[in-house]
Design a protein around this ligand. Structure first.
Ligand SMILES: [Zn+2]
Length: 250
């Protein structure tokens, strides 16, 4: 693969997606580059974009160099632009959103862990309302995968505020966590598999990856729970044929 088509290293890729998340379908390449630069631009400060975790990520690069990184993200299929009236604005590609969605769900889980460690009990979970449904379901799936009952009090608070559909899923997760101790690993594995069918958000648009070995395009199965790890979404780098081939030659 030519290096101009290779994605940016993971930390950079994630930082750019996190900055883009804040201005999606509202701001363009320049605004995105300014967030990453840590610019003191008045418009940027008015929009409170200096609170974004990626603010100043590329502090030491010039705006021109940062824009080249953003363009690389567009070229390698993580971001796209679309026209909003006269202005081109940044939007996620299906693949870019998958990566970002996973990171946001993980961020929510780590926040809960932090609150639990510090004995904080939020009086409401209002902030989780009206968030992207796919991301929220992935968050619930991550909670479920921990098998840890410590989240139940938070889930119970959350259940009071959200929509019927989310409430039902929250109740399922609470119930599953309560049953965890009475189950062996096989039973638990089957339960996770079962819940993943509703909680793992399938992408509307298929995500096509290129096989590193044979170069053929192949479909990424975004409903495979094995790809969602606490370290991030892991994309297979080989097509099924090449994977089987490698296994046969072991
Ligand atoms: Zn292949």
């Amino acid at each position: 693969m030519k290096s101009r088509n290779r994605p940016l290293p993971e930390p950079e890729l994630r930082a750019i997606l996190r900055a883009a998340d804040e201005i999606i379908a509202q701001g363009g390449r320049t605004l995105l580059s300014k967030i990453l630069k840590g610019s003191k631009d008045r418009k940027l400060l008015e929009l409170k974009l200096d609170r974004n975790p990626s603010y100043g990520f590329y502090r030491d690069l010039s705006l021109e160099q940062i824009t080249a990184k953003v363009d690389h993200m567009i070229r390698t299929g993580f971001l796209e632009t679309k026209m909003l009236g006269e202005l081109p604005v940044i939007v996620f590609s299906p693949r870019g959103w998958m990566v970002e969605r996973e990171r946001r769900a993980e961020e929510l889980l780590r926040e809960w862990d932090y609150w639990l460690e510090n004995n904080l009990t939020p009086s409401s979970m209002e902030y989780l309302k009206e968030r992207n449904r796919g991301m929220i379901f992935l968050f619930l799936y991550k909670i479920l995968c921990t098998g840890n009952k410590k989240y139940i009090p938070y889930l119970a608070i959350w259940e009071r505020t959200d929509s019927k559909k989310v409430q039902a899923e929250i109740r399922n997760v609470i119930e599953a966590l309560q049953q965890r101790d009475g189950m062996d690993d096989d039973q638990w594995g089957r339960l996770l598999q079962e819940r993943s069918k509703t909680l793992l958000p399938g992408s509307k648009d298929p995500i096509i990856l290129a096989c590193r070995k044979c170069g053929d395009p192949f479909l990424f199965d975004d409903k495979n729970p094995g790809y969602y790890t606490s370290d991030g979404l892991c994309f297979p780098d080989q097509c099924v044929n090449c994977q089987e081939d490698a296994r046969r030659h072991l």
